[in-house]
Design a protein around this ligand. Sequence first.
Ligand code: PAF
Length: 272
Amino acid sequence: VQTVHDPAAMQAQMRLRLAAGERIGLVPTMGFLHLGHRSLMALARPLCDHLVVSIYVNPLQFGPGEDLETYPKDPAGDAAACAAEGVDTIFMPADLYEQNHCTRVTVSGLTEGLCGADRPGHFDGVTTVVARLFGLVQPSIAVFGEKDYQQLAVIRRMVRDLAVGIEILGGPLIRDTDGLAMSSRNAYLSPPDRQRGLSLHRALRAMSESTSQSVADRLGLGRSILTVDSLDYLQIVDSESLRPLDIIDRPARALVAARIGGTRLIDNIGLS
Ligand code: PAF
């Protein structure tokens, strides 16, 4: 695996590969890679000639008081994970933006509810960094995890609206053996907090196993199972538009965000 730090060098290298007819795949990450990230690399690997994993903790998507400064890092472990998945290039810039960067990419509507309501500006930060990564890496395909379900929907919408011409693939959410959705932020959880964190998956599973068509019933069931310090949201929405539903009469998704200790966890599940 080669590691490239300089954005201009990255763009120049990928331009040469494109000119040689290669198909580039991109898995954008913020590092501290776990099996969830590795499953995204495994999904992309057979679909491209040159697989790039970007590792960049993007300041634009963190709000005041969030964990930008303490976000976990493990460059040696990340390099080993990428090597094991057959990644060709790790793109790890110290800084990704130009000095006087002043452009923001905003997807309206889809970003207003759920995590967008609790983390103002977060999705503008995500779409801005992803748009810049797309410009530098010039991939044909890019893979994002369904763990960040709203993020995936927002990126798909940006790509559609701006006719970006990159195929976006969603990789299924990967759970640890105890059921906790894999996330770099799980590293913050003490063992008792982790136990309480498992209630997110238990609540979602019970909601998906319920046969009630009533959203109120299923939300009540989910809330009765959660053992968290505070609930940012528990919602059932249309899988595509992310609009809240009253009755489950179409493909739907249950999504939860909650705080345990100082850690914010998210999880989601499909409902039929
Ligand atoms: O999902 C993430 O890790 C980040 O939001 C992403 C897509 C790498 C953008 O910084």
